[in-house]
Design a protein around this ligand. Structure first.
Ligand SMILES: N[C@@H](CCC(=O)N[C@@H](CS)C(=O)NCC(=O)O)C(=O)O
Length: 229
């Protein structure tokens, strides 16, 4: 690839792409996006994506771009190279803890993959319980808001905003009780949902695309939705 500006190779629903997009926006970096169809990956993409996954960040450098893969590596690179507000704490101990909570967010994304695709009631209920327990852990970890670590938006917020976005649709379809009795997490969800970098991380048709994804999987979440289809 030969880009003029940083280019984020994207998929419309991918939460890992969203976190990179949020970090780019928070840093005030101009960037472009190229969307690919993950069900028919183009050859050019397969040649440059070591794991066949998005996001990739194409960084203009001489005649060919340098390609970065893995969202955490992309976010750390942006933190180290771009001006704009720091998204990691300066204190090494705190920074390491934030990286741990970012990984915790990734583990929730793995749970969510099963939660949103399973057709099976037992597996759905098991994941509902896992998710409830993980968000309860976050409720105890989180201090006063509005963001994960107080007044400053951080990388942990960039990780959790796409996680919470799923639940805007999921909870409307199937009120799960996952967030019952979690005032701090609920306030955090609301704060992140209206942050411009978070809003801009997806296209306006995101909800329709997510519904189509659930339909494609005949997901329990949809087939047992509490609202009329
Ligand atoms: N650990 C990776 C996960 C990225 C990932 O799972 N991307 C998904 C889309 S959300 C993907 O590209 N899947 C295509 C595939 O696995 O074939 C990261 O943080 O970037």
């Amino acid at each position: 690839m030969h880009s003029k500006v940083l280019t984020l190779i994207s998929h419309h629903l991918c939460p890992y792409v969203q976190r990179a997009s949020i970090v780019l926006s928070e840093k005030g970096v101009a960037f472009e996006r190229t969307y690919i169809d993950l069900t028919a990956k183009p050859d050019w993409f397969l040649r440059i994506s070591p794991l066949g996954k998005v996001p990739l960040l194409a960084v203009p450098r001489g005649r060919t771009d340098a390609i970065l893969f893995e969202s955490a590596a992309i976010c750390e690179y942006l933190e180290e190279t771009q001006s704009g507000p720091a998204l990691h704490p300066a204190d090494p101990l705190l920074r390491a803890r934030h990286r741990g909570w970012m990984e915790f967010g990734s583990s929730i994304l793995a749970d969510l993959w099963v939660y949103e695709t399973t057709k099976d009631d037992v597996q759905f209920e098991a994941k509902r319980q896992v998710l409830k327990a993980k968000f309860a852990m976050l409720e105890s970890e989180k201090g006063e808001g509005p963001y994960f670590a107080g007044a400053q938006f951080s990388m942990v917020d960039a990780v959790f905003a796409p996680v919470f976005r799923y639940f805007e649709l999921f909870e409307a379809l199937f009120p799960s009780g996952i967030f019952d009795g979690l005032p701090r997490v609920n306030a955090w969800r609301q704060t992140l949902a209206i942050r411009p970098s978070v809003v801009d991380a997806v296209t306006a048709d995101y909800p329709e695309r997510l519904i189509a994804f659930l339909q494609h999987h005949s997901a329990y979440l949809l087939t047992h939705s509490k609202i009329a289809a």
